[in-house]
Design a protein around this ligand. Structure first.
Ligand code: F6R
Length: 609
């Protein structure tokens, strides 16, 4: 949420920062801005809308080269989407510039205090207090660094902040608390960013800042101090082991479609070297260091948000069935505020694509002092959650650019199936059949993708309804929840998921000829019960689209439209159902002319509570 890029070095940083902002635009895309400092000269440009608009404005300027540059792409929290509220924000004298990601919770208190000292405010943002607070302390303290730290000591909330000043044209100041920042180390230059995708075209060497770290960055040097223990830290330079190649659109019209079509490769990569049907083994390198602890688990608590939480619910069915370990899934935003009895035999398992979701991070922090094992199922390598958990299994789905999560969900469910199989110790009768199924799954996902044109035709028929119900039973119930989320976030059509057997307890009242249902009706011992639920809907005039297993002729009599997926072990059906449901949501959103990769009001990587 909000993207930050800062550059200091021997060449001009303007292009580096603008390219970086484009790479980070998936984090926030309602407005963007940039500040440049060259000696005593400063320039600020801000535009409402996409980074491309900002680039256009800047391309019309004659002199925009500067060795100290920083920029921001915004997802509004405080104050509307206006140029005044876009970042960089500045102090009254326009000598200090700040970009900020996160929320300053006590901004109104600070603002009142500063107003009493004669400061004026032009924006409605919480961020504007920061440059003014630095300015306030600069009048009392002897250095910008001291004033920056004094300002940080006053603010409450979550932040990653980059600050520059015309009085310090050779230095960039950065700080983080519960919001990511990484520094790319180049040859005579440093690039600070919210995530490595803005950096990796320039260098693979990075320093991750930790909570309470303050970095003083020049072209040649990075100094880090932790404000909690006041120690100067020797920054640890790490190597990024991925690149931006996967984030290139190729022939696809948008990232969502590209990422849906990556499902077969995603399943292959998630299982590669980990699961083998011929030897009957599941080997998860990321869990090797905690194997002994895993033998004594009595309960697993999964914490996650949105799509990742629905993957978690599927994980609950898988782990309970295959490994016999009780699992609870909590929405991370709720978990952190409840009193949950915890013993050391409970394992916390966090699931996150970005590895930066503030709610999920807070949930992990909550158990920090309980002495429990914290595991992660994370996609973004080196992200905060990947680093703060004791062990885990990477999804290896590659960068996911579209805001709506598609391939990451496929990878999360695949990895959770591997974890369930691993924890089962090979004892469950489904162990071998599922290992075999995992090997066959990429080809089956491809078969679903091969029917994209048929799914498109069906989707377009349903594009003009206002509401949709998604139903499923057993492991297909969380799949229904995820299907509904995908439709609403991409098309803005209201959709809700419901356990098929639960409909009669209330939701059925919604059904009429204007309220279609998307039914997960793939082969299962409960299929006949799902048929009965579809009959209940039909009896009330509700149109039905069903996902069914190839060869099922009976469903044609029941549903108005049928999307067939290949025969598959029930435990892994949600993966194939979702490839179909993602395409269904995609084609409806596309027919309605929605902004596919950047749905309104949303952002990827939700780094505020
Ligand atoms: C929906 C979607 C979100 C995320 C959620 C968690 O398509 O993408 O619901 O799943 O914000 O994000 P991560 O997985 O990055 O923690």
């Amino acid at each position: 949420m909000c993207g930050i890029v800062g550059y200091i070095g021997k060449r001009s940083g303007t292009k580096v920062v603008l390219d970086g902002l484009e790479a980070l635009e998936y984090r926030g895309y309602d407005s963007a801005g940039i500040a440049l400092i060259d000696g005593e000269k400063s320039q600020v440009f801000k535009e409402v809308g996409r980074v491309s608009g900002l680039i256009k404005t800047i391309s019309k300027q004659s002199d925009v080269s500067a060795p100290l540059v920083m920029g921001h792409t915004r997802w509004a929290t405080h104050g509307g989407v206006t140029a005044e509220n876009a970042h960089p924000q500045t102090n009254n004298d326009q000598t200090i510039f700040v970009v900020h990601n996160g929320i300053i919770e006590n901004f109104s208190e600070i603002r009142t205090k500063l107003e009493a000292s004669g400061y004026n405010f032009k924006s409605q943002t919480d961020t504007e207090v920061i440059p003014n607070l630095i300015d306030f302390y600069l009048k009392q303290l002897d250095s910008f660094e001291a004033a920056f730290k004094a300002a940080l000591a006053d603010v409450r909330g979550a932040y990653s902040i980059v600050a520059i000043s015309v009085r310090e044209p050779n230095t960039l100041y950065a700080a983080r608390l519960s919001s990511p920042l990484v520094i790319g180390v180049g040859d005579g230059e440093h690039i600070v960013a919210s995530d490595p995708s803005a950096i990796m075209d320039h260098t693979k060497k990075v320093i991750y800042l930790e909570d309470y770290d303050v970095a003083v960055v020049t072209a040649e040097k990075v100094q880090v101090q932790n404000l909690k223990d006041h120690n100067r830290i020797e920054p640890k330079v790490e190597l990024l082991d991925f690149d931006n190649e996967q984030a290139v659109l190729g022939d696809f019209p948008n990232f969502m479609l590209k990422e849906i079509f990556e499902a077969p490769a995603t399943i292959k990569t998630a299982t590669l070297g980990r699961a083998r049907a011929d030897t009957g083994t599941v080997k998860l390198g990321g869990l090797e260091t905690v194997l002994r602890q895993l033998k004594h688990i009595e309960r697993i608590v999964i914490v996650a948000c949105g799509t990742a939480s629905y993957a978690g619910l599927i994980g609950e069915y898988l782990i309970e069935e295959l490994a016999g370990i009780p699992v609870e899934v909590h929405l991370a935003s709720e978990f952190k505020y409840r009193d949950e009895p915890f013993s050391r035999s409970t394992v916390l398992l966090a699931i996150s694509q970005s590895g930066e979701t503030a709610d999920t991070i807070a949930a992990i922090k909550k158990v920090e002092d309980f002495g429990v094992l914290r595991l992660g199922v994370v996609n973004a390598v080196g992200s905060t959650i990947a680093r703060m958990t004791d062990a885990g299994v990477y999804c290896h789905a590659g960068p996911e650019r579209a805001v709506a999560s598609t391939k990451a969900f496929i990878a999360q469910v695949t990895v959770l199936a591997l974890i369930a199989l691993h924890l089962s110790d090979g004892k469950h009768p489904q162990f071998k059949p599922l290992l075999k199924e995992l090997e066959a799954l990429p080809a089956k996902a491809q078969a679903v993708l091969d029917s994209a044109e048929d799914i498109k035709k069906i989707a377009e028929k349903y594009a003009n309804y206002d509401s949709f119900l998604y139903i499923g039973r057993n492991i297909s119930f969380p799949s229904a929840l995820e299907g509904a989320l995908k439709l609403k976030e991409t098309s803005y059509i209201h959709a809700e998921g419901c356990a098929a057997g639960e409909m009669k307890h209330g939701t059925l009242a919604l059904i009429d000829e204007n309220f279609p249902t998307f039914a997960m009706a793939t082969d299962s011992p409960l299929l006949e019960k799902t048929y009965s639920n579809i009959q209940e809907i039909r009896a009330r005039g509700g149109p039905v689209v069903a996902i069914a297993t190839e060869g099922n002729k009976a469903i044609k009599e029941l549903a108005d439209d049928v999307i067939y997926i290949p025969k598959c072990e029930e435990e892994l059906q949600p993966i194939l159902q979702q490839v179909a449901a993602q395409l269904f949501a995609y084609y409806i959103a596309s027919k309605l002319g929605r902004n596919i990769d950047r749905p309104r009001n949303l952002a990827k990587s939700v780094t505020v509570e």
